[in-house]
Design a protein around this ligand. Structure first.
Ligand SMILES: Nc1ncnc2c1ncn2[C@@H]1O[C@H](COP(=O)(O)OP(=O)(O)O)[C@@H](O)[C@H]1O
Ligand SMILES: [Mg+2]
Length: 272
């Protein structure tokens, strides 16, 4: 396994955000974490990239225990992240933003720059434009392009489709597939579960800081509980079977579907 997340617990003050997440990503895979708001997806990614500390558990990457490694060293080790909210430098040009992604590397980055422009022709057209004047979708592309400049072994993506127009959503997902096809492993967090499950090899479903399901992504597309909770309802087949007492098993599994959790731990803990 390239990345192993083992029983990690993470807190914000007294609030337990992650309560024992175990997950792994193999070399070459696209793995997706899906789940409702507040489930712990962002916190998981931030903990892998070193922006949050572990309370307990371990993270191994490329054969090393990186649980206590500072974030900037994790970038050098091969963990790339396009942060939530994009985090590009608004006053720098597109090209300067991209080059910042390769800043920590000593070698020449012209090959990666050419690759980023090939992957995102829009960025090539706008190379001298200030990052802050790019549209939301373009900034998202820039954030991904910049993360790729560091030649990561694994790319962590936090809701890359958030706030994008439908056509751009399609584009971002195709680009993620292409990035993976070119050899980069991807750990993808998405609210857009349908699309994420369509491009991922495997998936984990998170609920209030725990993994409640893990399976090949394709299987989850057909999973009645997952359909009901995250994919906007049951499939036609499930609907036909559910009301009948004789088909109690499918009716039961529907009502067992992950319920809306009781108020999360935030309420109990001291507020921030
Ligand atoms: N900065 C923070 N301070 C306090 N609690 C936080 C903070 N960020 C996240 N949390 C809490 O941690 C839990 C997981 O949040 P998060 O990882 O952002 O979930 P997701 O990305 O799945 O929406 C939630 O209960 C959330 O309220
Ligand atoms: Mg999030």
């Amino acid at each position: 396994m390239l990345l192993e997340i083992e029983d990690i617990h993470v807190h914000y003050g007294k609030i337990a955000a992650l309560k024992g997440i175990t997950a792994s990503v193999d070399d070459g895979e696209i793995v997706t974490l899906i789940g409702a708001n507040g489930a712990g997806k962002t916190t998981t990614l931030k903990t892998v990239s070193g922006l949050r500390n572990l309370s307990s558990g371990a993270i191994r990457f490329d054969g090393r225990d990186i649980s206590r490694m500072p974030g900037h060293k994790r970038v050098l080790a091969g963990i790339g992240q396009a942060p939530e909210g994009r985090g590009i430098f608004p006053g720098m040009t597109v090209e300067e933003n991209l080059l910042m992604g390769a800043y920590a590397r000593k070698d020449d980055a012209s090959k990666e720059l050419a690759e980023a422009y090939e992957l995102f022709p829009r960025l090539a057209e706008r190379r001298t434009q200030a990052g802050g004047t790019m549209s939301g979708g373009e900034q998202q592309m820039l954030a991904i392009g910049r993360a790729l400049m560091a030649k990561p072994k694994v790319l962590l993506l936090d809701e890359p489709s958030m706030g994008l127009a439908p056509m751009l959503v399609q584009q971002i997902f195709s680009i993620i597939v292409e990035i993976n096809r070119r050899g980069t492993t991807v750990l993808l967090v998405e609210q857009n579960a349908q699309q994420a499950l369509q491009i991922a090899h495997r998936a984990y479903v998170l609920e209030t800081g725990r993994v409640v399901k893990s399976a090949p992504a394709r299987d989850l597309l057909d999973d009645p509980q997952v359909r009901a909770a995250y994919l906007g309802g049951a499939s036609g087949d499930d609907l036909a079977a559910a009301p009948d007492v004789a088909s109690a098993s499918s009716a039961a599994s529907a009502s067992d579907a992950p319920s809306a959790e009781p108020a999360d731990d935030r309420e109990e803990g001291s507020s921030t």
